[in-house]
Each structure stands twice: as structure tokens, then as C-alpha cells.
Design a binder for this molecule. Structure first.
Ligand code: MD3
Ligand code: FE
Length: 222
């Protein structure tokens, strides 16, 4: 713990600290490393959720199988299949309710949202994305949630990725934002409907997640 700031004389040079806040765009607040002190609990809970509702590759309405593997926790879970995108109370794979939202997830999401100016944020859905090497997410908007005045909070864990932050139109040229282990971003206000995606995950090995990147997105869906 704290090793990133200490130089022990030998070995790799110290990493720059990743703390701090940056406004990426109106309504989009990057909280660098905001989850770092809790990643052990968060990852343990990711594995607990996945033990109850396994990661799976869902099919898009157009018939493509997503390269990102997904699961959910909370009262509602986001799913896609040939009939469309929607939130469900039951995991279609098991017929059971999605696993409960872990307390570690809820606490972080609430605190991050409050820092960004959304003090009452009560997510009822957390989509958990797992990227293996080569997985990507094509640009899309998130608009299946009932109240688009509520933000989305995202937490990145494991291997780093390049996020593509576009504009309000699919054709707007996206800017590239690196998202690293422990970064939290709150996407609200005018950013909420911007197109976004994730470039193919480059090869790598992370000490805590091996060949994977996990992303948690907290939503008020219902
Ligand atoms: C900007 N996930 O699950 S997180 C998604 O890294 C999704 O797995 C990506 O896009 C991932 O829908 C990106 C950052 C994110 C999430 C939702 C947003 C950015 C957003 C909604 C509106 C604007
Ligand atoms: Fe999204």
C-alpha cells in the first residue's frame, strides 16, 4: 500500500500519482484513482456476483455476439438479445433475481456521485463488463434508463483501456481518454447522452485481474 509514491532505489521509476479530479466535459467528472483504496473489496465482490450470475456474451438485436462478457447486480440488470435492449428483474439465464448490489459497490457509487454534485444517487442496477484481450465496445448511447437526469458512475478495474468519448451525434469525432485501474468517472448532465465506446483491449497482465479489465457502471434504471 502506498508503494506507488515510494522509490525504493532500485527497480522501476515511481509512477506519477493518479489522484485528482478533471472535468472531461460539462457533466463528466473524472476522479483519478478514486477506487484504489477499495479495489480488493470491489474485486472480491465482482467475483461473488459472477459466482451467482456468471459472465456471459450477450447477443445484440442485430445478431452479433458481444466481445465483452457481462453480468449484473442490483434490482435490475441490463440485457440484450435478438428482441432488443432492456432492463430485467430476473437473470434470463437462471430465471433468478440478479444478485444484490454489494455494499462496497453502493458506497463507492454514492460517494462518487455526491462528489460530482449528485448527492441523492441511489443506483438500482450495476452492469459489470469484463474485457478479455481484444474485446471492445462499439460506440453507443446509454438511453434505456427511465430518468436520464440521473448520472452513470463508472469504475475501471484491472488492465487499462482507451475510452472513446464522442459527442451527441454518432458522427461526432470521439476524443480518447485513458481509463486505468481504480479510476472512477461520473457521467451526468449534458454528457449523459454522448456516444461512447472502448477500443480493443491491448495485451497485458494485471497483478490483480490477470488478462482482464472489469468495468462497473452504476445506473438508476427504474
Ligand atoms: C458516457 N461501458 O457499459 S464506462 C456501458 O468501459 C459502457 O465498459 C464502458 O459504455 C466500459 O454502457 C464505458 C464509461 C461510461 C459509461 C456510461 C456512459 C461512459 C458514459 C454513459 C453516458 C456517457
Ligand atoms: Fe455505455
Amino acid at each position: 500500500m502506498g508503494g506507488r509514491q515510494l522509490s525504493l532505489g532500485l527497480g522501476s521509476p515511481p509512477q506519477p500519482a493518479r489522484g485528482g479530479e478533471r472535468v472531461l466535459a460539462p457533466g463528466a467528472l473524472w476522479l483519478g484513482g478514486a477506487a484504489l483504496s477499495r479495489v480488493d473489496a470491489l474485486l472480491a465482490d465482482v467475483h461473488r456476483v459472477a459466482a451467482a450470475a456468471p459472465f456471459r456474451h450477450m447477443e445484440t438485436p442485430g445478431g452479433f455476439v458481444m466481445s465483452v462478457a457481462m453480468t449484473n447486480c442490483g434490482r435490475l440488470g441490463w440485457v440484450t438479445d435478438r428482441s432488443g435492449y432492456r432492463y430485467t428483474e430476473l437473470d434470463p439465464q437462471s430465471g433468478q433475481p440478479w444478485p444484490a448490489m454489494p455494499e462496497s459497490f453502493l458506497a463507492l457509487a454514492r460517494e462518487a456521485a455526491a462528489r460530482a454534485g449528485y448527492p441523492g444517487f441511489e443506483p438500482d442496477a450495476c452492469l459489470v463488463n469484463r474485457y478479455a484481450i481484444g474485446a471492445r465496445m462499439t460506440r453507443h448511447q446509454d438511453r434505456n434508463e427511465r430518468d436520464l437526469g440521473q448520472p452513470i458512475v463508472s469504475v475501471s478495474l484491472g488492465l487499462p483501456a482507451t475510452f472513446q468519448f464522442g459527442g451527441p451525434e454518432r458522427s461526432d469525432r470521439p476524443e480518447r481518454v485513458p481509463l486505468e485501474h481504480g479510476d472512477v468517472v461520473v457521467w451526468g448532465g449534458p454528457s449523459r447522452l454522448r456516444f461512447h465506446g472502448v477500443l480493443r483491449l491491448p495485451e497485458g497482465e494485471h497483478p490483480l485481474t490477470g488478462p482482464f479489465r472489469y468495468n462497473l457502471t452504476f445506473r438508476k434504471a427504474g
